[in-house]
Design a protein around this ligand. Structure first.
Ligand code: SF4
Ligand code: SF4
Length: 82
């Protein structure tokens, strides 16, 4: 039986990010990095969707995503692996 679970996570508009690092400082799960100093990236496996980074971003380039379908796909993949 498939379990439907919503996943909420942060997503950075990469082209608009100014790589200031503010989001890194506020994230309680250490889910954000700025690889190569170009733009921030969110590790969606670590992100708990708290929204603190979105509130803190001075450039307002973080949006919150709620994804149900992706979780269903992952669940189905896990079931196939059992
Ligand atoms: S706080 Fe905003 S502008 Fe600064 S690195 Fe994070 S996403 Fe980019
Ligand atoms: S939503 Fe919360 S946990 Fe996710 S990246 Fe932003 S601050 Fe970190």
């Amino acid at each position: 039986m498939a379990i439907q679970k919503r996943k909420r996570y942060a997503s950075v508009l990469e082209k608009e990010c100014v790589a200031c690092g503010t989001c890194i400082l506020v994230c309680p799960k250490l889910a954000i990095t700025v690889p190569r100093g170009i733009y921030a990236e969110v590790n969606t496996d670590l992100c708990i969707g708290c929204g603190l980074c979105k509130k803190a971003c001075p450039a307002s380039v973080i949006e919150m995503i709620t994804n149900l379908a992706e979780e269903e796909i992952n669940k189905n993949e896990k079931e196939r692996m059992v």
